[in-house]
Design a protein around this ligand. Structure first.
Ligand code: UD1
Length: 424
């Protein structure tokens, strides 16, 4: 199993390119199921989750080819395929549930494994099921699978008004994709507003879908009879960009993040500025300048849906708070068990106390390197940031979590001057 060895204490300088967003690429790969014509994606990040999604689509009979340096991907979903997502693939990636909406919409049936538990919380898919049922799908859960089909004699889903109990990102994406081919109008109330939803909607519109209101909490979709192929470049990954912002803030330095979108990171950038970091929009993307954690003021924040502070940035910003000046509280409101990085940060010398969904962080002047274990994707990134500022050597074990969602992170950090290497 691969590990990362980091020797901390070096500031970061230079310029790197932010990759395409994992959370946009995954639904966009699934959107190829909605048409028999070829779909060309560009800027697809090189990640384990993308490879898993490719395997899942391949298993159904979708032809997928990669090409070029810049994450080119061509997908073609034939008129007849096996509309199934088996447990073996779904269990490693919860986003596999994103095939459910497109399969039902185009093929009228689907059999998708329930994703099961997940390190950061229970993460049920009840809303996905309820919403698609509102569109006329018959769904039963048996032997660990969601088995979905249209009622006898019906060839298309029906437009519906769907109001979810909470804001769900992949739920909104599933409904939006399903509604593009449904009969009539679908209105999604309480819809997620994340930039990845907007990027997916823009891709679907290029395919001939009729969608309005994406990027707001109310999305209207007029179903059409068929969609066609398209070309689309995946939006830059705001979480990868935010992770590098926190890393530079903590180590100190001056870095330009090419393609990064400041307008997708307002909540994080506001907190960084309040902490004392300089973040500015430049032609290439974003520039971040910091004189290092010791000069920064710790920030209290709570995670909420977009445009609030993203739960996917909580662990990384907590690593920064751990070495910044003063006390802060971090409240996680989206997932019930997303503080697993805390124990590992403590092993590096951080002073953090957990009280339910709140972590109370006392900034310390120094962390000291140790062997730590990555427990989930963003927790791993938080440990890398801590390792970059800790004195001496830190070894981050189980970095397969990191490889799920970061495109060549250690190479990018090395290009900025970090002392980091992958060891077997
Ligand atoms: C997506 C992101 C993930 C991010 C999360 C929150 C992708 C591939 N993943 O995950 O990186 O951390 O949004 O921003 O885009 N819930 C239910 N029932 C459901 C659906 C959700 O109870 O049917 C709950 C979840 O357990 C969670 C909350 O709703 O507490 C939000 O989850 P959701 O937005 O659906 O997360 P994902 O779409 O899985």
């Amino acid at each position: 199993m691969d590990k990362l060895r980091i020797v901390g204490g070096r500031p970061l300088h230079g310029s790197i390119a932010v990759s395409g967003a994992k959370n946009a690429a995954l639904p966009e790969l699934c959107a190829a199921l909605l048409t028999a014509e070829p779909v060309e994606l560009r800027n697809v990040p090189r990640l384990r989750d993308v490879a898993t999604m490719r395997k899942l689509l391949d298993n159904m009979g979708v032809q997928a080819e990669t090409h070029g340096e810049r994450g080119g991907f061509t997908l073609q979903a034939p008129t007849s395929l096996l509309p199934e997502a088996p447990y073996d693939l779904v269990k490693t990636m919860r986003a596999s549930v994103l095939v459910l909406g497109p399969l039902l919409a185009r093929f009228g049936r689907a059999k998708v494994s329930l994703p099961g538990g997940c390190a950061i919380g229970s993460r049920p898919v009840d809303q996905h099921i309820k919403g698609l049922q509102a569109m006329g799908a018959e769904i039963v859960v048996e032997h660990g699978y969601m088995v979905a089909q249209l009622p006898a004699g019906q060839t298309r889903l029906k437009g519906a008004r769907i109001t979810t109990d909470m804001v769900t990102v992949t739920g909104t994406e599933n409904f939006m994709m399903a509604a593009t081919l449904a009969d009539g109008e679908t209105i999604l109330e309480n819809a997620a507003q994340e930039p990845e939803i907007t990027d997916l909607a823009e891709m679907l519109i290029k395919m001939g879908a009729r969608i309005e209101g994406h990027g707001t909490s109310r999305i209207r979709i007029q179903g059409v009879e068929r969609l066609h192929g398209c070309e689309h470049a995946v939006v830059a990954d705001r979480i990868e960009a935010g992770t590098f912002l926190c890393a530079v803030a903590a180590t100190g330095g001056d870095v330009t993040l090419q393609h990064a979108r400041g307008d997708h990171l307002d909540a994080v950038i506001d907190k960084l500025r309040d902490a004392g970091v300089t973040v500015e929009d430049v032609t290439e993307g974003l520039r971040v300048v910091s004189s290092g954690a010791a000069a920064l003021k710790a920030q209290t924040f709570r995670t909420t849906e977009y445009p609030g502070f993203p739960t996917d940035m909580q662990a990384q910003f907590m690593a920064l708070n751990a070495v910044a000046h003063g006390a802060s509280t971090v409240t996680e409101t989206i997932f019930e068990n997303r503080f697993m990085h805390v124990q590992e940060l403590q092993r590096l010398g951080a002073s953090i106390r957990i009280d339910g969904r709140v972590a109370v962080v006392e900034g310390v002047p120094r962390l000291s390197g140790a062997t730590v274990m990555a427990t989930d994707l963003r927790a791993s990134a938080s440990l890398v940031i801590a390792g970059l500022v800790a004195e001496g050597e830190t070894v981050v074990d189980r970095i397969y979590h990191l490889d799920r969602g970061y495109d060549q992170m250690e190479l990018k950090l090395r290009a900025l001057g970090a002392d980091i290497e992958r060891i077997q």
